[in-house]
Design a protein around this ligand. Structure first.
Ligand code: GDP
Ligand code: MG
Length: 452
């Protein structure tokens, strides 16, 4: 998967102070292969890789992130961008009813979607009406009626018994003509104050002219506010050709991805959006009414990347990392002047980012503190913080003055034993010495890591 490949590629980047062009090229190659495996179409992959390379080589400086994390961040941002960035909302008509027409191949999930949309619209306070315009497939009308019943949304449909059908009090239409049914359905909504009409249409197993002609006639007759192209995410590469055919044959204003509960790798999503320029608006992930949501580009990106946890860690690191404070601490470290107050501050900064086990080592500036912190878990950190808080500012600033009587006072004040205080102070001196030596040897000169 893309996630596995990225993880592999990024492992090689770990510990590097900056990315060489060769590093970036190698990582880009891995991402390219992974995207192709995920069924993203070649032109889309090319454009995507070009953008990633350009940005990675542009090497934005980040003190919160190491190079590997920066690459993940760039890839993620580009993915979100390619998926449409912001979530696109339904455009409701100024004068109801709003007309939403569904189009797509047979089996794409249009009829199922009609029910889900109806259910969702109702929850948002709308009064939707579903209109059955698939008169092709036997049973299609009753399928929509069952779906509508489940969703608690009325269905406008021709009476199958006669050529001119009467559907309860829902009006009269000529049987067999989907365009007439669509037109009558919209009129019905206007007369009876339904504020949204969802038109279910017929599909074919493959793209053909008759299908396109019929859908295009329905569009012409009802002037929908939204035409949603419904596409099965499992069809992979075929999604692109299908989308292009529907775009030129019928035209659409938005895309709905269905069957995301399958093992679809998300490549179709990336391609359809990029190739047609139309936003993905909804996602369907199961057969039940509730398996449906507004499409969120960021969630889809982390699904494709398979790195949800990594991404949220990166976000947290950026939010909570105080670059100036880290820089100042690194400066003091290199000169052997780190105080317990600095130590406390650094520790607090780290702990704002979550459990210590998750974050150790992910911060370039914290690398120098890693050895000092690596032995401890969250509970121990609590005690360490308590001990430091029990010290006076003068003691924190110059731990050398902490003699035996001060140690006793600190221990009593912070509810620990004297030997714990001793341990902390001793470890602190040791760590400070070691860190100063290390940063001297590594020529860090007090700067936290720069990446360009
Ligand atoms: P239509 O021909 O475009 O109207 O497609 P249908 O709505 O009849 O759906 C075709 C099949 O796909 C049905 O068996 C649906 O239950 C199923 N289906 C639709 N959407 C989803 C989905 O998001 N996930 C899964 N697993 N099945 C779906
Ligand atoms: Mg159908």
């Amino acid at each position: 998967s893309l996630s596995d490949r990225l993880t592999g590629a990024l492992k090689d980047l770990r510990g590097k102070g900056r990315l060489s062009d060769a590093d970036i090229d190698r990582t880009a190659r891995e991402i390219r292969l992974a995207l192709l495996e995920a069924d993203v179409s070649l032109p889309v992959v090319r454009a995507f890789i070009a953008r990633i390379k350009e940005r990675a080589k542009g090497a934005e400086v980040s003190q919160a992130l190491n190079p590997a994390q920066q690459v993940v961040k760039i890839v993620n941002e580009e993915l979100v961008g390619i998926l449409g960035g912001e979530t696109r909302r339904v455009q409701f008509a100024k004068n109801p009813p709003t007309v939403i027409m569904l189009a797509g191949l047979q089996g794409a999930g249009k009829t199922t979607l009609a029910g889900k949309l109806g259910h969702w619209l109702k929850q948002q306070g709308h009064t939707p009406l579903l209109v059955a315009c698939d008169l092709q497939r036997p049973g299609a009308v009753s399928q929509l009626q069952i779906v509508g019943e489940r969703a608690g949304v009325p269905v406008f449909a021709p009476d199958p018994g006669t050529s001119i059908g009467q559907t309860g009090d829902l009006g009269t239409v000529s049987h067999g003509d989907p365009v007439a049914v669509a037109r009558a359905g919209v009129a019905e909504a206007r007369d009876h104050h339904y504020d949204v009409v969802v038109i279910d249409t017929a599909g074919r197993l493959g793209i053909d002219e008759e299908l396109m002609g019929q859908a295009s006639d329905i569009r012409e007759a009802t002037q929908p506010d939204e035409v949603l192209f419904v596409v099965d995410a499992m069809i992979g590469q075929d999604a692109v050709a299908t989308a292009e055919a529907f775009q030129s044959g019928v035209g659409f204003t938005g895309v709905v991805l269905t069957k995301l509960d399958g093992d679809a790798r998300g490549g179709a999503a990336l391609s359809v959006r990029e190739v047609t320029g139309q936003p993905i608006m909804f996602a369907s992930s199961g057969e039940k009414l509730e398996d449906f949501d507004v499409f969120h580009p960021d969630r889809m990106a982390s699904r494709i990347l398979g790195m949800g946890d990594v991404l949220s860690l990166i976000e947290q690191a950026e939010q909570h990392w105080d670059a100036q404070q880290a820089e100042a601490a690194a400066q003091k470290i290199s000169q052997g002047e780190l105080t317990l107050e600095d130590f406390l501050e650094q520790m607090q900064m780290l702990r704002r980012m979550g459990p210590i086990g998750n974050i150790l080592g992910m911060l370039p500036g914290a690398n120098q503190m890693k050895d000092a912190l690596s032995q401890v878990d969250d509970k121990q950190l609590d005690r360490v913080q308590a001990i430091i808080r029990g010290m006076t500012p003068a003691e924190r600033d110059n731990p050398k003055i902490i003699n035996a009587s001060r140690r006793l006072r600190i221990a009593n004040g912070s509810g620990v034993t004297v030997s714990e205080v001793n341990q902390l102070v001793d470890r602190f001196f040791e760590a400070r010495k070691m860190m100063a030596q290390m940063s001297g040897r590594m020529g860090l000169g007090g700067g936290s890591r720069k990446t360009n």
